[in-house]
Ligand binder design. Structure first.
Ligand code: 48F
Length: 260
């Protein structure tokens, strides 16, 4: 027995099994930011088969860097129950009742662990480059390795089939953009198109992120900053309650739909 061979074979076998099991899903999530990690955890806890495809090596999205690389973020009272359910610690801001600070590295790592330990699979360094769109229905994702994407290598992708797709790609709303521009789907917005994110207005942005979290086309949902960008909400910076509440809300909507 050559240990070098044992290690390599075990990794290839066990990764292949994990990936093969994720090729047919209940929910395919694009992007591993705070909203979609919360959703992934709740969806997996509800017994749904769910995987997150994250372009970067480390999931967590915009959580890690706090505000301007000061690695603390703020969360308001209304989302404390979600922090507590992940075991993330927080301290009240003395000068502003109802708001709390927390360590952004603790938050990112706890969200990731919470999602994975609840049964969601996370595939990192995987980019979603297209959607599966058959007979007018969104039916899954087209994936490839991020290094393939970054190097512009001419390599065909693989597909993931799912009953629901969740766009958690943050500010660029990449999946909604593909749906709107490439599949020419009319989204559930005033114009049928992406309205685009507005400048900073913290309280408005926090509320609208949650309001705008919804199904935008049958089988296609958006959460977090992606939902806010699609529906033309204001940005809010390093306050994260809206992201967590958005993830919680979208999980409920998807569970309702898929378990109906
Ligand atoms: O932007 P992001 O953190 O998502 P979010 O849940 O949270 C937003 C906040 O971080 C912050 C904010 C809070 O007030 O405004 O910005 O809306 O994470 C989005 C993740 O999606 C990945 C990207 O690398 C990031 O980690 N992503 C984006 N496009 C793709 C993707 C893609 N096409 N394929 C795979 N991953």
């Amino acid at each position: 027995m050559l240990i070098e061979n044992v290690i390599s074979s075990a990794i290839v076998r066990s990764f292949s099994k994990k990936l093969e099991q994720a090729l047919l899903l209940d929910v395919a999530i694009v992007g591993g930011g705070p909203s979609s990690l919360t959703a992934a955890r709740d969806l997996a806890r509800a017994g749904l088969k769910v995987a997150v495809f994250e372009r970067k090596l480390a999931p967590g999205g915009g959580t890690w860097g706090g505000g301007m690389l000061f690695n603390e973020v703020v969360v308001q009272d209304s989302a404390l129950h979600i922090l507590d359910s992940f075991g993330i610690r927080h301290q009240p801001i003395e000068s502003a009742g109802g708001y709390h600070t927390l360590d952004s590295v603790e938050m990112a790592s706890a969200l990731i662990y919470g999602a994975v330990s609840s049964g969601a699979k996370i595939f990192n360094a995987v980019s979603v480059e297209d959607i599966v769109f058959k007979e007018g229905k969104v039916g899954g994702l087209v994936i490839n390795w991020t290094p393939v994407e970054r190097l512009g290598m001419h390599v065909d992708p693989l597909t993931v089939i799912s009953r629901a797709v969740l766009d958690g790609t943050g500010h660029p709303s990449e999946i909604m953009k593909l749906a709107s521009e490439k599949a020419q789907i009319r989204l559930n917005t005033e114009t049928g198109k992406i309205l685009g994110e507005k400048p900073m207005w913290v309280d408005s942005g926090e509320a609208s992120t949650v309001e705008n979290t919804q199904e935008y086309y049958p089988g296609l949902f958006a959460c977090g900053m992606s939902a806010n960008n699609v529906a033309g909400g204001y940005r809010m910076g390093p306050i994260f309650g809206g992201m967590l509440l958005s993830g919680e809300k979208v999980a409920k909507l998807i569970i309702q739909k898929l378990k109906a």
